[in-house]
Design a protein around this ligand. Structure first.
Ligand code: 5GP
Length: 188
């Protein structure tokens, strides 16, 4: 049994979480990699389900102990990373890991797992549309939205480092495209 991973990266607001959530419901052989983060829980987020929440000190001590496959300071002062223990936990069950991770982390994991990884970049139709979606989501302040939009513009330049690009203009089409990619990769 090959140890396979599927990586989803995108500027925030591109619809990545919706697509990942859909695939997890559809394919029982996929399991979500719960990341560690030093940011505070938001809204209804549950520790151990959406993220493993740690203080900055705890996170930095795990970095020093070499407990991460990869980590990034995605936003100033907020670490996000994939724990080795999480990857092993999922592979031990024979499942394929699905990652929802920032673009730099995505590129790093693709480099690490090579042909056993399918790296997919979700692209928003435009920066303007991205801003509208973040406003509509209603979870971020105006300042945080502008920060995310600026970051998105830079993140878009990484798209060509991924195996596949899905432009999320019409959600239904993007979901179908994602399903087809997962099925082909599973059978491969
Ligand atoms: P949020 O704070 O909105 O939950 O996530 C912010 C960003 O961090 C998203 O782009 C998300 O994909 C990314 N992220 C989540 N987990 C990880 C991780 O384990 N490693 C890296 N490099 N990025 C992550």
């Amino acid at each position: 049994m090959k140890k396979k991973v599927i990586i989803f990266s995108a500027p925030s607001g591109a619809g990545k979480s919706t697509i990942v959530g859909h695939l997890l419901k559809k394919f029982p052989f996929l399991e979500f990699s719960v990341s560690a983060t030093s940011r505070k829980p938001r809204g209804e987020e549950i520790d151990g389900k959406h993220y493993y929440f740690f203080s900055t000190d705890q996170f930095e001590s795990k970095i020093r102990n070499g407990e991460f496959v990869e980590y990034e300071e995605v936003y100033a002062g907020s670490y996000y990373g994939t724990l080795k223990s999480e990857v092993e936990r999922i592979w031990d069950k024979g499942n394929i890991i699905i990652f929802d991770i920032d673009v730099k982390g995505g590129v790093n994991l693709k480099r690490l797992y090579g042909a056993n990884a399918m790296a997919i970049f979700i692209q928003p139709p435009s920066i303007e549309e991205l801003r509208n979606r973040l406003v509509g989501r209603g979870t971020d302040s105006a300042e945080a939205i502008e920060r995310r939009v600026a970051k998105a513009a830079e993140e878009l330049t990484y798209a060509d480092k991924f195996d596949k690009i899905i432009v999320n203009d019409k959600l239904e089409l993007a979901l179908k495209e994602a399903e087809d990619i997962v099925e082909a990769f599973y059978e491969d």
